[in-house]
Design a protein around this ligand. Structure first.
Ligand code: MLT
Length: 395
């Protein structure tokens, strides 16, 4: 049986592929250390789990949930955004629930991009930006994220002819995979650009709460008038250690929210109502676990910076996200490095090229293992002479 060309045209999902390789190595008896997928290792906070227990006992929560989210969940999302960013969001018309940000990105791209359309996407970027654009029949136009530009795209480099055909621009700060951050001045420029060219701006704000050293990440809606053209995606995965629960939300421009909800209602039937109740407990509950987790990630970050330095890498301490975007040893491709780390040291790291052509020459680590495990990963790298200036010819 022949699958559709559209499926043939996309690569396997990076973490599905790496997972397979890692399992194969683990089956040979290797104790694999996973610095791959960005999945919080701490448990979902107790008050959220308790809310879920209670909610699951209520038969009403077992029925189909309302399309677009329960009114209570949408209100909690709007209130959270108001409290956190000082922005006004109408829960009825400016919020829709999501089954995680990944689903929201895919469906939004399907709602706005068709054959012949262009999506402006960062390079490197979360792989879904590109694959969902292509699955929708559109063409990605890469906006390079370069270290010399603090991993911000150069909007002036986008040709007018491209901007005219672009339907959507995706940005993501704090950024996956580079850990770059953006300030409001940059957001203002992006909003002005998208207004000028009548482009929907999608800000993927999945990492807004994962910040360090007193840095606070802004919302795109802190820019006046952003709601005219923008939508912002949030997820419970990282903030509330709920990656497996699949819950998120989108806020912003009413038309974009309605279009996203329309496409979603034809494809899925929303997140389980009991999970939405648990989400409310997260959004309205105490924030101490966020500070606790950020402290953990910060400690791990500092260990990684120090241990990378011992192996010849100069890596700046990131201000947000639990990722570090690190150059591969000279002359070594990102895939070769990733394979070498796994085959030699039993360490999973995604190759930079999985995030787009601009990711070639990099690898990413996620700080989702405890300090001892992280230290062990660096011990193994040292033992196997995996250093920034390793002799790549020998690999
Ligand atoms: C990542 O590790 O980049 C993502 O957060 C995991 C995912 O959503 O696939």
């Amino acid at each position: 049986m022949e699958v559709a060309d559209r499926l043939k045209s996309i690569p396997p999902y990076v973490f599905a592929e790496i997972g397979k390789k890692a399992r194969a190595i683990a089956q040979t008896g290797v104790d694999v250390i996973n610095l791959g997928i960005g999945a919080p290792d701490q448990p979902t906070p107790r008050h959220i789990v308790d809310a879920m227990h209670e909610a699951i006992e209520k038969p009403a929560n077992h029925q189909y949930p309302p399309f677009g989210g329960t009114p209570q969940y949408k209100e909690a999302c709007a209130n959270w955004a108001n409290k956190r960013f000082g922005i006004q969001i109408d829960p009825e018309t400016e919020v829709t629930s999501l089954i995680g940000a990944k689903e929201g990105l895919h469906n939004l791209l399907f709602a706005y991009v068709g054959p012949g359309d262009i999506a402006l996407i960062p390079d490197p970027a979360y792989p879904v930006y590109k694959t969902s654009t292509e699955l929708a029949g559109g063409t990605p136009h890469y906006m390079p994220l370069l270290p010399e530009n603090n991993f911000l795209p150069d909007l002036d480099a986008i040709p007018d002819s491209v901007a005219q055909k672009a339907k959507i621009m995706l940005i993501n700060y704090p950024n996956n995979p580079t850990a770059g951050i953006a300030d409001l001045a940059f957001f203002e420029k992006v909003v002005a650009f998208c207004k000028k060219h009548d482009i929907l701006l999608c800000h993927d704000n999945a990492y807004s709460e994962m910040t360090y050293d007193d840095y606070k990440a802004p919302s795109i809606f802190e820019v006046k008038g952003a709601k005219d053209i923008a939508i912002e995606l949030h997820t419970m995965s990282k903030t509330y250690n709920m990656a497996g629960w699949r819950l998120g939300f989108a806020i912003g421009n009413k038309t974009a929210i309605a279009n996203l909800a329309k496409i979603k209602s034809n494809i899925d039937t929303d997140a389980f109502a009991a999970i939405q109740v648990a989400g409310i407990a997260g959004l309205t509950g105490p924030r101490d676990h966020i500070d606790f987790c950020n402290k953990l990630y910060e400690e791990r970050r500092d260990i990684a910076v120090k241990r990378f330095a011992e192996l010849g890498w100069t890596v700046e301490p990131v201000k947000a996200t639990f990722y570090m975007w690190v150059p591969t040893p000279k002359g070594m491709s990102s895939v070769d490095f990733s394979n070498h780390m796994l085959n030699t040291a039993g360490i999973v790291v995604p190759p930079g090229d999985a995030y787009g052509p601009g990711g070639e020459g990099y690898f990413r680590i996620s700080l989702c293992v405890d300090k001892d495990r992280l230290a062990e990963a660096f011990d193994r790298m040292a033992k196997h002479s995996i250093t920034y200036d390793m002799q790549t010819a020998k690999v």
